[in-house]
Design a protein around this ligand. Structure first.
Ligand code: UDP
Length: 327
């Protein structure tokens, strides 16, 4: 009898890597995705249910059909800039859609939920590295919608006995080391994909948003975590909940900060190519430095990233954006 795990957003960049990790661990991922940003050809390890999160009837039918042991909820809109321009879309999909899912889970007696949260829930951190106890004051609608659902999980856990793992991702990057999956965002706004595209000559140049930050080289510092490490952490979270572990909120990062310039240096190391750049003014809402304290993920989930050094991230992602890397 297969052990099913429902994965909302399973056709997306992170979701598809999670499905692969689940499958390798002997579970069958059931992808629930409207394919608004995901890709049907990334769904290879289990069935695809193409439907909206807000479609309560289809959600209920799907949960009843598969009786999943756990739900991993990654399905969301995730562009910070778009969330500022179109908050209605973000509140509808990320809040109303997520609550519809949560209610459907309650109705079907599914009481284990792993949620894709974000370091965006912290806003501008009061101190570094960011610990889970740090105040959560998101500075954009995207981060607020993620925090609202974290709060709903906490309240539903207290009242209805569900158990959850809220996983606060830092910057997901890289690609499946076997080359079976890749990042395919449309539009592509993230730093590493854009820098790789520029290095490969598929983008005229990379705009660097700000060179006058109070950081060592003046550019912003972020914590990049390899998507396959992120996927392993989801597997660990599922196993934690299956073993009757309690609810938790944990950071998922590498624990190291990497600047924009250091990314460009890593691309040069891996490929010998220079990234053509243009120096621009700061992007509104960008905190200068974000990186995680990862002690809790290590202690509670046994999570230790193995692919998240910046060279491995660049080497796995490079070819998927048309950049030849040396062996
Ligand atoms: N960034 C940049 N040029 C780009 C995209 C991003 O300089 O074309 C910078 C951005 O200002 C931030 C970092 O790269 O400091 C990471 O941005 P990304 O959008 O990848 O992730 P975020 O941290 O905003 O979630």
């Amino acid at each position: 009898m297969p052990r099913y795990i429902l994965v909302t957003g399973g056709a997306g960049f992170i979701g598809s890597h999670i499905c692969k990790a689940l499958s390798r661990a002997g579970m069958t991922p059931v992808t629930y995705d409207n394919l608004s940003t995901g890709h049907a050809d990334s769904v290879r390890w289990g069935p695809l249910i193409r439907a909206e999160l807000a479609d309560a009837a289809t959600l209920r039918r799907t949960l009843a059909e598969f009786s999943p042991d756990c739900v991993i909820h990654c399905g969301a809109n995730a562009y910070v800039g778009e969330s500022v321009d179109m908050p209605r879309k973000y509140y509808r999909n990320n809040v109303v859609g997520s609550l519809t899912l949560l209610e459907a889970c309650l109705d079907q007696d599914i009481d284990r939920i792993v949620f894709s949260s974000s370091c965006a829930t912290y806003g501008v951190p009061a101190s570094l590295p960011i610990r889970e106890e740090s105040p959560q004051h998101p500075v954009n609608p995207y981060g607020r919608t993620k925090l609202i659902f974290e709060m709903a999980l906490e309240d539903f856990a207290a009242a209805y006995g569900i158990r959850y793992a809220a996983l606060r991702y830092f910057n997901a990057a890289g690609a499946d080391p076997d080359g079976e999956l890749a990042e395919r965002h449309q539009p592509e706004t993230h730093l590493i994909p854009r820098a790789l595209l520029a290095a490969a000559g598929r983008l005229e140049r990379l705009d660097i948003f700000g060179t006058d930050y109070a950081t060592e080289d003046g550019t912003c510092v972020r914590d990049y975590i390899h998507v396959s490490d992120l996927a392993q952490a989801h597997l660990a979270a599922v196993n934690h909940l299956m073993a009757d572990g309690g609810s938790l909120s944990v950071n998922l990062g590498s624990g190291r900060g990497t600047s924009v310039r250091e990314i460009l240096e890593a691309i040069h190391r891996a490929s010998g190519c220079e990234v053509p750049v243009r120096y621009c003014s700061r992007r509104i809402g960008d905190p200068p430095i974000l990186f995680a304290n990862t002690a809790r993920a290590q202690a509670e989930l046994g999570f230790a990233p193995v692919l998240s050094d910046i060279d491995t991230i660049i080497r796995t992602a490079g070819p998927t954006f048309g950049l030849q890397v040396t062996a």
